[in-house]
Design a protein. Structure first.
Length: 129
């Protein structure tokens, strides 16, 4: 680990994403609704080009420094199915049932619109020199 520790993101039930350094520097909190929206966009992005599964998403987020539990990811996936943003397909892998998720047309359109809005917003939030 480098000097000053590495940044870690954790989603908590009470306040959303906590961004902190591993050496106990005071964390910064991101609103829970914003955190969930960002997670949803990331899931839509990953599932737009192919099927994803819950554990694979957890491992992907972990690789980016975001610690998510199954108790966080699966309710978000379930909500996205109910909202019509994802479709699910059960398969058997190694004798075990696995659910594969893929974005629907509605989900891909929502992702496209969100990307446009975020580009515009980022220009306002982070103006260039």
């Amino acid at each position: 680990m480098g000097a000053g520790g590495e940044w870690v993101l954790r989603l908590t039930k009470s306040c959303g994403i906590i961004l902190s350094k591993s050496d106990n520097i005071k964390p910064m909190a991101i609103d829970r609704d914003i955190a969930r929206a960002l997670l949803k966009l990331h899931i839509l992005s990953g599932s737009a080009s192919g099927e994803v599964h819950g554990l694979g998403l957890i491992e992907c987020f972990r690789g980016m420094g975001v610690e998510l539990s199954p108790g966080t990811v699966y309710p978000i996936l379930s909500a996205m199915i109910k909202e019509g943003d994802l479709k699910v397909r059960p398969v058997i892998v190694g004798g075990r049932r696995r659910l594969l998720y893929r974005s629907t047309r509605k989900g891909r359109e929502e992702l496209r619109d969100a990307r446009r809005a975020l580009k515009s917003l980022s220009r306002d939030l982070f103006p260039g020199p």
